[in-house]
Design a protein around this ligand. Sequence first.
Ligand code: ADP
Ligand code: ASP
Ligand code: MG
Length: 406
Amino acid sequence: MRIIVQKFGGTSVASPEVRELALRKIEKARDQGFNPVVVVSAMGRKGAPYATDTLIDIARSAYKNIADRELDQIMCCGEIISAVIMAGTLQAAGMDAVMLTGGMAGIITDEHFTDARILKCDPTKIINLLKQGKVPVVCGFQGMTGENEFTTLGRGGSDTSASALGAALNADIIEIYTDVDGIMTADPRIVENAKILDCISYGEVCQLAHQGAKVIHPRAVEIAMQKNIPLVVKSTFSEAPGTLITNIAKEDTGGSAVIDRVATGVTYLTNIVQVKVHLDNTMETDASFKVFKTMADNGISVDLINIHPGEIMFTINADHAEKASMKLKRLNYEFEIVENCAKVSVVGGGMREVPGVMASFIEALSRNKIAILQTVDSHTSISVLVLQSDVGAAVKSLHEKFGLSN
Ligand code: ADP
Ligand code: ASP
Ligand code: MG
C-alpha cells in the first residue's frame, strides 16, 4: 500500500472554496495511486470563529489563568470541527471519508497539557480503514492521554500529528499544505524578495524552525527525519512543486540549489529578554551553577549562554522575566534585565568550515548601525541578539549580505 499523509493548515480549510482546493489535492493523490491520510488544523487564523486563538480567548474570558488541562479540552474543538467539515466535503465528492480525533487515530501522549509529547502512535485503526478504501480525516494538533483526556501538541502541532502518523504508517511521503509556495529564505512578511527553497535538509529546516521560522513545527521534522520519510511543504492555492525536505548531503545534491550555498535562510525569534548577572571575584565559585540551577528549578529555559569571569549572560522568554527577576533577587546577586530583545539567525549547512562567514555577518549589521548585544554560533548557524526594534533591518540586511535576495 502506498500511503501519503496530506496535512492542511488553518488557511487551507478556512472556507468552502478553499476546501474544494484541498479536495483536489487529495483526489490527485488518489489518482496517482496513493492512499491518502488527511490531517487538518482548526479553520482559519486569529479572529476566525473556530480558530485556536479564538477558543483560547473564550476559555480565558472565564478565567485568565484557566488550567492547561481545561484549555486543551477547548482547543481540541477547533480541529474536531475542521475534521468533521473536511470529512463532509470529501463525502460530498463521493469519497468514503471517516473523521477521527487524534486519540481515535492512535495518538497517545503524556499528560503535559498544551505541549504534550507523543508517546505512541498505533496505526491499526487507520490501516484497517485504508484497507477498506476509506479516507481517514484526522484532527491535527491533538492526542489522548492514557486516561482518555484530550491533549494538544504545542502551537503549530498539526504538523507533528502528520509526521507521527506518517512515521507510524511508514508513509511514502508527507505533504504539508499551507498558504505559501514552500519554505522560503526568510519570513515573506519581513523580506519581500525572499525565495522559495526547492530542497533543504532535515537538519537545516529543524534549525530554521527552532530559530523561529514558523512555517513548520520542528518536532514534525525530527519525527520524519528519524524514519527518513520525505516531507514536502507546498501551497494549497497553487500548483508550485514546493520545498522537498530530505536527507540530502552537501556532496550528493547533484548540482541542485543546495550545493553551493553558504546560508540557507534567515530567521528571527522575538519576545526575549537578556539577563546579565554581575559577579565579583570574592563570590563563591559555584555562582554560575546557582544561577542556572535556579532557572532550571523554576522551569525557565535559557538560551544564548555566555559565562565570563565576572559576568554571566543568557536569554529567556519575556514571559518568564518577572519570575526570573524575583528568583535572582533572592540569590542576592547584582543583575540587569534588558527587555525587548530578539534573536536573529543565519542558518546554513554549507557554512561549516567556510572562513569569513562571521565577518560578513557582523559587516551587514554594523553597516546598518544595528547594535549586537550577544552572539552564538554552531557549525551550521550564527545567531545574534539585537533589540526588537532592529529585527526587520537585521533580517533584511543579512538576507541581502548572504546572497539570498538575488
Ligand atoms: P498553517 O496554518 O498552514 O500551518 P502557518 O501560519 O503555521 O500555516 O505557516 C505558514 C506561514 O509561515 C506563512 O504564511 C509565512 O508567513 C510564515 N513563515 C515564516 N517564516 C517562513 C519561511 N521561512 N518560509 C515560509 N513561510 C514562513
Ligand atoms: N490549530 C493549532 C494552532 O493554531 C495547530 C496548528 O495550526 O498546527 O496552533
Ligand atoms: Mg502551521
